[in-house]
Design a protein around this ligand. Structure first.
Ligand SMILES: [Zn+2]
Length: 69
């Protein structure tokens, strides 16, 4: 039983930094890396939505300019 537990501990490590994870953890990353990834994803989402808003703001202006021509 102890050997099995040790094998599980060896198999379950954070994919990013290699920190051993608890065998209960369903995640491939440790808490720290998951927090960083969530933060990065949030920043990417913010950047994407900002670009979308910028595109939506610019496109009507470009269309207006093209139609006028
Ligand atoms: Zn990690």
């Amino acid at each position: 039983m102890k050997v099995n537990a040790d094998i599980q501990n060896v198999e379950k490590v954070c994919k990013k930094c290699g920190t051993p994870l608890t065998s209960k953890s369903k995640y491939k990353y440790c808490d720290n890396c998951r927090r960083e990834r969530a933060k990065a994803r949030k920043e990417i989402a913010g950047t994407v939505s900002a670009l979308c808003i910028a595109a939506l703001t610019i496109v009507p202006g470009v269309k207006h300019f093209v139609n006028k021509k």
